[in-house]
Design a protein around this ligand. Structure first.
Ligand code: ADP
Length: 247
């Protein structure tokens, strides 16, 4: 197993391609006694919004976990060409809606990686939090409890927490799932805007509208990459029928 971060070796093909943010080669990963991803090779281009698309159980979250560094591959290579650790925005359901946290406190948690929960926030931390709240249009909700918000507002608070980490790579797990159509559209548009702001975005989704607004897609089925490319070319009725057909 070979995991490489910030690899400077110019002999590697990816190092000669400055547009790549992530290169994955022959990657396998999973959980104890449960292999999920099998021999997956793919790449993520810098400053794009890439959608990981596939049915439930196809391995999207597992792949995000590998990209985030929380799941270790069992084989293959993962190479990050970037300076900052990725920011990971988990599925909304994974975050207790009833936690007694305000929106600001939620976003401040994005700074814990830098500071630890026991340290006072610096001026820079507070600026990063304010900027993220403004960027997501939720500055006016800063004092509200997370549990009082709509699903779309709560999702924006979680994305703001990710942005507050000031990473160049934002990983999101199902950011539009469970939202009403308007909130889904807003989040999808926001991901495109974040790319324009200078962030590389990777999101897992089974929302095909969100996937269609991405710049690139990785289509997954049963832990394998079916294809990679532009959504218009990839998300054809026949490809989707193949991916979604029962095994
Ligand atoms: P997706 O995000 O596409 O729905 P996942 O990556 O969540 O797919 O899941 C892929 C497979 O891994 C599924 O069979 C799922 O049951 C299994 N799985 C997910 N999380 C765990 C875990 N923590 N422990 C064991 N198996 C898991």
């Amino acid at each position: 197993m070979k995991i490489m971060f910030n690899k400077q070796d110019l002999s590697l093909p990816s190092a000669t391609d400055p547009t790549l943010r992530i290169r994955i080669e022959g990657l396998s990963a999973g959980y104890a006694g449960h292999p999920v991803l099998h021999q997956l090779s793919a790449h993520i281009v810098k400053l794009t919004n890439t959608a990981l698309v596939g049915p439930n159980g196809s391995g999207k979250s597992t792949l995000l976990g590998v990209l985030a560094g929380v799941i270790q591959p069992t084989a293959g290579e993962l190479e990050h060409a970037g300076g900052r650790p990725p920011a990971f925005v988990p599925q909304r359901g994974a975050v207790g809606d009833t936690l007694p946290l305000t929106v600001r406190q939620t976003v401040e948690m994005g700074r814990w990686g830098e500071r630890g929960p026991w340290r006072r926030l610096t001026r820079h931390d507070r600026t990063a939090v304010d900027t993220a709240l403004e960027r997501l249009g939720i500055a006016d909700l800063a004092a509200r409890q997370l549990g009082e918000l709509s699903g779309g507002q709560r999702q924006r608070a979680l994305i703001a927490q990710g942005l507050a980490q000031e990473s160049d790579l934002l990983l999101l797990d199902e950011p539009t799932t469970g939202l009403d159509p308007e909130a889904r559209e807003r989040i999808a548009a926001l991901l495109t805007e974040l790319v324009a702001d200078g962030v590389t975005v990777v999101h897992a989704t089974h929302d095909l509208d969100a996937a269609r607004s991405a710049d690139a897609c990785l289509l997954l089925r049963e832990g394998r990459l079916v294809s990679q490319g532009h959504p218009e070319q990839l998300l054809t009725p026949s490809a989707l029928a193949h991916v979604w057909q029962p095994a």
